[in-house]
Design a protein around this ligand. Sequence first.
Ligand SMILES: Nc1ncnc2c1ncn2[C@@H]1O[C@H](COP(=O)(O)OP(=O)(O)O)[C@@H](O)[C@H]1O
Ligand SMILES: [Mg+2]
Length: 215
Amino acid sequence: MYKTYDLGKTKVRAVNGISLTIKNNSFFSIMGPSGSGKTTLLNLIGALDTPTKGKISINGKNLNDLSDKALTQLRRFEIGFIFQSFNLIPVLSCFENIELPLIVAGVNKEKRKKRVDYLLEKVELEAVKQHKPSQLSGGQKQRVAIARALVNQPSIVLADELTGDLDSKTGERIMNFLEKLHLTENQTIIVVTHDINIANKTDRIYKIKDGKLID
Ligand SMILES: Nc1ncnc2c1ncn2[C@@H]1O[C@H](COP(=O)(O)OP(=O)(O)O)[C@@H](O)[C@H]1O
Ligand SMILES: [Mg+2]
């Protein structure tokens, strides 16, 4: 697939002929320097952006064929996102941040509580579940974001530089949580990073340069 940004005089080939088949239940990273096309590629995989050329299928569905409504459903139930800057809602507690996608999905209160409590235990945040994001450390915030991304049991979780705002030790711990969750929750997890130490924590590393996969 291809994604070209047309800037009038110049064209940026952000993703320049990448073909990738992602197996269920895999845990891998896409590593490359800044500007190599990692975020563009991840947004294409996550149906947040559309390719200029080529196609993307998720669980047998060709994204080009889906209506806006079907795309929204896909983003809501089949894909989880984790961002570098956490993107938590400041006025909501840890518990409520994780619960929110379940409310949007129409899950009843009892089931919501069960699922959120389960994930709070997995990311070891039971003790701070009533805290607001401003009362949490960076590593704790990212664990809330991970739990939130997993809460609807998506088949694919996409993480864009999720350790970028964390010190290296906390970053490694976050990767250990992700690995553990990948093993217990059976989700495909794709980590995009420029950091080899983070990439090394995954089962496989794809390298990207100038919008192309290399070795
Ligand atoms: N919305 C955009 N408009 C124009 N150019 C963009 C846009 N988004 C990204 N680019 C360009 O596409 C290339 C790849 O960017 P990006 O996917 O963000 O790389 P990475 O995440 O690896 O740093 C870069 O040259 C960047 O400047
Ligand atoms: Mg990026």
